[in-house]
Design a protein around this ligand. Structure first.
Ligand code: NAD
Length: 719
């Protein structure tokens, strides 16, 4: 809805009312049309102000309408009616003007923003483009380069930047609506022609072709297969080269292609999935809306290595006091310097003061006595972690939550070593912890709902995509990664190269293929885990049986590379070669290719031609299959949890929605059929054996992803 009032005798004020963000639903659009007509036909009204209730101008289109047939008054003629009005219309922008909200404001003759407001055209992040004239008006207003930047990235700008770019005419620290009314009075009666953006050409730009060519190349590179950013460039090009009416036609055509694309569906699914994971639930029945979190004012981090440093920064940046504990003096000094540097750089980027005083360093665990929550990040060693947890239980005040950042150890086992297992949860961060968006909050059977709620709340405060998951080896993300990596190793044995596998995965949209990724994170990490699992065997045994360990196919390729001292980027050699240790540019390594040849010969393997499709099917379907096991086990509450984990922490291309959404798009029957096919060819590989949940979902008619939860519940009750 939109409410209409007359103020100061002669200003018509139209207030959008649609909580929480005044989205442009059919009712709001109709309300605006009616109110504008009223204001224009009232001879006493000299000018008009459009604003939003509750300090928010407008968050854009109503995404919920996207899935249905849109009815009601369309946006484009509504904005045209505003722009062609013969009385000045001023947008009073508080809070945010995003997407359709900004397009509405661009149709107004003037824009006044509050200093704390944010503006942007984020449609690209939903697989779309600003198709209510935004792609045509913004370049006309602020020039092609700036408009391209905003529209292709979807980034939000502050009011100050909007003023600098020329998107808004005035910024105020005071009441925005009052300022807009005053402004509207001051411009009443002035000619509106110069203010109708659509009637002007784009500002002159030298060498337009070269500019678009350069931008298109950059966008193609960073889009990694996403089509919306490319369509955005094409739409802006239309604004720069065609009259407005033809540009609008091009905007409409491009939008029509995007709107029905699988990518837009995937990106919109991600948008909703990210919200859905906040509504966590545990198998015990505990849920987000019935579990109260505890306030956390003071936190501690134990162990200031790679992870502890990033976690300290993430906590301090949210305004918490942090006690950072490290036993090794040298490590402590290095950590202090590293953490201060990270805080300073982060503060500079965000234009705030660094929270250096928020961190207190200590070598003594007694220093954490009065904190509300501790995050332990010492070496991955169960005996050490148990000792630390016992010390913490003795030192901390009653009720302090004890969290572990373990990657693979059993959170339940750690909890059982403390007098209050209900206070223990996993907080699994990803490196670098102050940058990576993902946080897995791992609960055990004894973790209290309050502990989970507190960790989830803290994750949210740190700006993380926080997902509550059950306790199992590798939790969700790393558990699914294991079969994916193993398949990549098997493909090498059968004839592929690291380059081929990586290229297939990168063309699919991952920022890095599996081998470039493992060179970056260090081959020794997995080697140590496999050694701990008793999988690594010395010697040069050959033949099929040398590659069966613990009853299943095993590839020792990674172990052999580690034995050669090839740990990846840090040693300058891994699956690729690098100019020097620590260098990042991966180059093909002839040594590796002859090593693979010799390895195959030793084991009697005959290399065959492997294509991209096989790489994708074997690696991705094995990973997805594990996802179905995880859903069946109740480790993840729903497919959205898995998908958010993969999109925010593992580089799964967002425009493909996450692994479970992708399986749904491909078709569950197809995924099952291909898994069965590969399982027949590789019977000694258990992770290719289709999960019983996948089979049962296919047998029950492959319900769409939003119905999986219901279907899983029904299937479980039938067991
Ligand atoms: P790290 O080796 O870089 O750092 C561990 C630090 O803990 C060292 O500085 C060590 O001196 C310190 N330490 C050891 N005992 C201590 C004690 N009793 N009190 C205080 N400090 C102590 O290790 P990391 O890579 O930061 O990993 C830490 C934890 O995070 C591990 O459990 C690991 O599995 C997990 N993790 C690591 C990553 C990663 O990518 N590195 C990702 C997710 C989780």
């Amino acid at each position: 809805m939109a409410e209409y009032n007359r103020v100061s005798e002669c200003v018509g004020v139209i207030t959008l009312r649609n909580p929480p963000v005044n989205a442009l639903s059919a009712a709001v659009r109709q309300g605006i049309v009616d109110a504008v007509q009223r204001a224009l036909s009232d001879p006493n009204v000299k000018s008009v102000v459009i604003c939003g209730q509750n300090g928010i101008f407008c968050g854009g289109a109503d995404i919920k309408e996207f899935g249905s047939n849109m009815t009601g008054h369309p946006l484009i003629p509504m904005i045209h009616a505003i722009e062609s009005a013969n009385k000045p219309v001023v947008a009073a922008i508080e809070g945010s003007a995003l997407g359709g909200g900004l397009e509405l404001a661009l149709g107004c003759h003037y824009r006044i923003a509050h200093s704390k407001a944010r503006l942007g055209l984020p449609e690209v992040s939903l697989g779309l483009l600003p198709a209510a004239g935004g792609s045509q008006r913004l370049p006309r207003l602020i020039g092609v380069p700036a408009a391209l930047n905003l529209i292709t990235t979807g980034r939000h700008v502050t009011a100050a930047e909007a003023l600098q770019l020329g998107i808004v005419d005035q910024v105020t620290d005071h009441n925005t609506v009052d300022a807009a009314v005053k402004f509207a009075l001051s411009v009443a009666g002035r000619s509106l022609d110069p203010r109708r953006i659509s009637t002007h050409p784009c500002p002159q730009q030298p060498d337009l072709d070269a500019l678009f060519e350069e931008v298109m190349q950059k966008v193609r590179q960073s889009a990694r297969g996403a089509i919306a950013p490319i369509a955005c460039v094409q739409a802006v090009r239309a604004a720069a080269t065609l009259p407005y009416a033809q540009g609008m036609e091009r905007e409409r055509e491009l939008m029509a292609t995007l709107f029905t694309s699988g990518q837009a569906r995937a990106l919109q699914y991600c948008f909703f999935a990210e919200r859905a994971v906040g509504r966590w639930r545990m198998p015990s029945g505990a849920r987000w809306d019935t579990s109260k979190s505890r306030p956390v004012h003071k936190a501690a981090v134990i162990g200031l290595g790679t992870m502890g440093r990033g976690i300290t920064v993430a906590l301090a940046q949210t305004g918490l006091s942090v006690i950072a504990v490290e036993t090794q003096e040298k490590q402590l000094m290095e950590a202090k310097q590293a953490i201060s540097g990270m805080l300073e750089r982060g503060a500079k980027r965000r234009g705030v003061a660094p929270a250096l005083d928020g961190v207190i360093y200590s070598q003594n665990i007694q220093a954490v006595a009065d904190v509300d929550l501790v995050i332990e990040a010492v070496f991955e060693d169960i005996a050490l972690k148990t000792k630390v947890f016992q010390q913490l239980s003795a030192v901390c005040k009653p009720g302090t939550l004890l969290c572990t950042n373990t990657s693979a150890l059993d959170v339940d086992q750690l909890a059982s070593e403390t007098p209050n297992p209900e206070l223990v949860v996993g907080m699994h961060f990803f490196a670098p912890a102050h940058v990576m968006k993902l946080l897995e909050v791992v609960y055990g059977p004894r973790s209290s709902p309050q502990a989970v709620a507190t960790a989830m709340q803290l994750g949210k405060k740190m700006g993380k995509a926080s997902v509550a998951v059950g306790n199992c080896r590798g939790f969700v993300g790393n558990r699914m990664l294991k079969p994916y990596i193993e398949e990549a190793f098997f493909l090498l044995e059968e004839g592929a190269t690291p380059e081929l596998v990586d290229q297939a995965l990168e063309e699919f949209g991952f920022p890095m293929g599996v081998f470039r990724m493992s060179d970056l994170s260090g081959l020794d990490v997995g080697w140590r885990v496999r050694k701990g699992d008793g999988l690594v065997e010395p010697g040069t045994a050959s033949g099929r049986f040398a590659r069966i360990r613990q009853g299943r196919r095993y590839s020792p390729l990674g172990d052999l590379l580690c034995e050669e001292g090839r740990f990846g980027q840090k040693t300058g050699r891994g699956w690729y070669q690098y100019d020097k240790p620590g260098s990042r540019v991966a180059r093909s390594d002839p040594w590796l290719h002859s090593f693979l040849g010799a390895y195959r010969a030793q084991h009697g393997l005959v290399a065959r031609r492997i294509d991209h499709q096989e790489v994708l099917e074997r690696c991705l379907y094995a990973l997805i299959n594990e996802g179905f096991h995880i859903l069946d086990d109740g480790i993840a509450a729903g497919p959205e949890d898995i998908d958010v984990i993969y999109v925010s922490g593992y580089g799964w291309p967002r425009h493909r929605g996450g692994p479970m959404f992708y399986a749904n798009m491909v078709g569950l029957a197809k995924v099952l059929e291909r898994l069965e096919h590969y399982q027949q060819l590789h019977p000694e590989v258990p992770h290719l054996q289709p999960s019983s949940l996948l089979r049962r979902l296919v047998a029950s008619g492959s319900p769409p992803i939003h119905k999986w939860g219901e279907a899983i519940k029904k299937l479980h009750s039938q067991l």
